[in-house]
Design a protein around this ligand. Structure first.
Ligand SMILES: [Zn+2]
Length: 113
C-alpha cells in the first residue's frame, strides 16, 4: 500500500483554502468523502437533513441518504464518518486548532473553468 502524506492545515489556512476554492459562503464549500469519493457541499448536507454544517467534513452524505458500507462501487455516498471507531484510514486532512489536530475530510477539487 502506498504511503500517502496527509496534509496539515492550521485553522486559518484551512478557512482561507475553503474561501479560495469555493468563496466566502461556507454553504458552497465542498468536501470529498475519503472512503467512497463522493463530493458534497455543506448545502447538500443541510438539504439532506443534517443539522450541523460540520457534518459536511466529518460525515459522508450517504449517512443521510441511506447508503451503506463503502465499496468499490459506492458513487452515491456511504455511511463513513471521520469520528468513528476506524477514523479515516486513507486520505483526509488534519486541521490544527489550539494545539489539537483533527482528522477531517479534504476539500473537493475545484473544476477549473
Ligand atoms: Zn462516503
Amino acid at each position: 500500500m502506498k504511503n500517502i502524506e496527509i496534509k496539515t492545515y492550521t485553522f486559518d489556512e484551512w478557512q482561507n483554502e475553503g474561501k479560495r476554492r469555493f468563496g466566502d459562503d461556507y454553504m458552497d464549500w465542498q468536501f470529498q468523502c475519503p472512503m467512497c469519493g463522493k463530493v458534497s457541499s455543506v448545502r447538500d448536507f443541510k438539504e439532506a437533513g443534517a443539522s450541523d454544517p460540520s457534518c459536511a467534513y466529518t460525515e459522508c452524505i450517504g449517512r443521510y441518504t441511506g447508503q451503506g458500507t463503502p465499496t468499490e462501487n459506492s458513487k452515491n455516498g456511504c455511511d463513513w464518518c471521520a469520528y468513528g471507531l476506524f477514523g479515516i484510514p486513507k486520505g483526509g486532512v488534519y486541521v490544527e486548532k489550539d494545539g489539537e489536530k483533527t482528522h477531517i475530510f479534504d476539500f473537493a477539487d475545484v473544476m477549473e473553468c
